[in-house]
Design a protein around this ligand. Structure first.
Ligand code: ACO
Length: 332
């Protein structure tokens, strides 16, 4: 038992991906690019896209079912559902729709927005409720459908993103498996990565104007985001490891937000973590934002790479700018 309160274990993981595959050859028919350019600069080969009939809530619910089955937990026993997303079906949030579709009648549900850091921020948020003894069983979902917000004529961004959902179950536990964390943000760099609201003036009665606008597609300064990630991610992992009283050589798996293979390689190199310990599935899914960490975690567990007790250093980074790391052991 942690000195501060209840310990925490991550007891289940699951994921869901859309059926439709868009590979780099498709993209080269849409914009001036090539499979070779995309693979060399990003490591991405293909991505999955949600079709117009699909919803984020359905995809997230499918991932949630699998995570709960692995944890052996029934939806009625959930106390809290956190949906980390930037692309809710409804601007008021989608967590309650997921609660309804799961039949999690005793849970409270809300959305959390921290872009590609959403999953790590969600994990830390969930931990506060468990540590304080308020809740015992939490479902954390990371899900995004960035394809809805990509400018498909902008070759600088459209090659990067894909859609997906992943979920974990976090439970109060005798042994504390959440060993350390650190989360950060810097609004001064907000302009580097935006999905901005474009306000248009509407006069609703003489002299009274409100804005009636819409969100604009993703804009990004790729070089700045790259520089930020390569500098800040190793720092925040080091800090989280410090809180966990661990060193990098004790890490079994580095589970980074899957943004770009070059970022993954550079971070691992700075931390002196060998590439065999770096989990990656970016070539198949691209950058799935809040979903990318649970997607690759699920794959690692399903493939039998991640074993109970393994020490995982996870880190998310993205718009805000936001970044964070959580160090945890897999299983009870
Ligand atoms: N195909 C061909 N050429 C391209 C493409 C493309 N898809 N995209 C850009 N180019 C061109 C540019 O126009 C530029 O041409 P120019 O020299 O004639 O102006 C040239 O390639 C070089 O562009 P750079 O932006 O310098 O390319 P870079 O090597 O930096 O790679 C990339 C771009 C892949 C976006 C890189 O900067 C990167 O990965 N940045 C981090 C982005 C990221 O991870 N974002 C997401 C994190 S946050 C979140 O997850 C929401």
């Amino acid at each position: 038992m942690n000195q501060l309160g209840a310990g925490i274990a991550i007891t289940g993981v699951g994921s869901a991906k859309p059926e439709t595959v868009l590979d780099n050859h498709h993209l080269s028919q849409m914009v001036e690019t090539s499979d070779e350019w995309i693979q060399t600069r990003t490591g991405i080969r293909q991505r999955r896209l949600l079709d117009a009939q699909g919803s984020l809530s359905e995809m997230a619910s499918a991932a949630a079912h699998k995570a709960m089955a692995m944890a052996g937990l029934s939806p009625v026993n959930l106390d809290l559902i956190i949906l980390a997303t930037s692309t809710a079906d409804d601007l008021f949030g989608s967590a309650c729709q997921i609660q309804a579709s799961l039949g999690a009648s005793n849970a409270v549900a809300f959305d959390l927005t921290a872009a590609c850091s959403g999953f790590v921020f969600g994990m830390v948020t969930a931990a506060q409720f468990i540590r304080t003894g308020v809740y015992r069983n939490v479902l954390l979902i990371g899900a995004d459908v960035l394809s809805r917000w990509v400018d498909w004529s902008d070759r600088c961004t459209c090659v990067l993103f894909g859609d997906g959902a992943g979920a974990v179950v976090m439970q109060a536990n005798q042994q504390d498996r959440l060993l350390g964390f650190e989360i950060r943000s810097d609004g001064n760099q907000n302009g580097s990565l935006k999905l901005a609201y474009d306000a248009r003036t509407q006069e609703i009665v003489k002299g009274v104007t409100v804005s009636r606008g819409c969100y604009q597609p993703i804009t990004m300064n790729g070089k700045e985001v790259y520089r930020f990630a390569v500098q800040k991610v190793p720092e925040v992992i080091d800090k989280a490891l410090f809180w966990a009283n661990l060193t990098t050589d004790q890490v079994d798996w580095l589970v980074l937000h899957q943004a770009n293979q070059r970022i993954l390689d550079a971070v691992a190199q700075r931390l002196k973590i060998p590439s065999e310990k770096v989990l990656t599935n970016l070539s198949n899914y691209g950058n799935t934002s809040a979903a990318s960490i649970p997607l690759v975690l699920d794959e690692g567990v399903q493939q039998g790479k991640i074993k109970p007790g393994d020490i995982i250093a996870a880190s998310g980074f993205g718009a805000g700018l936001t970044w964070g790391s959580a160090i945890f052991q897999w299983g009870r």
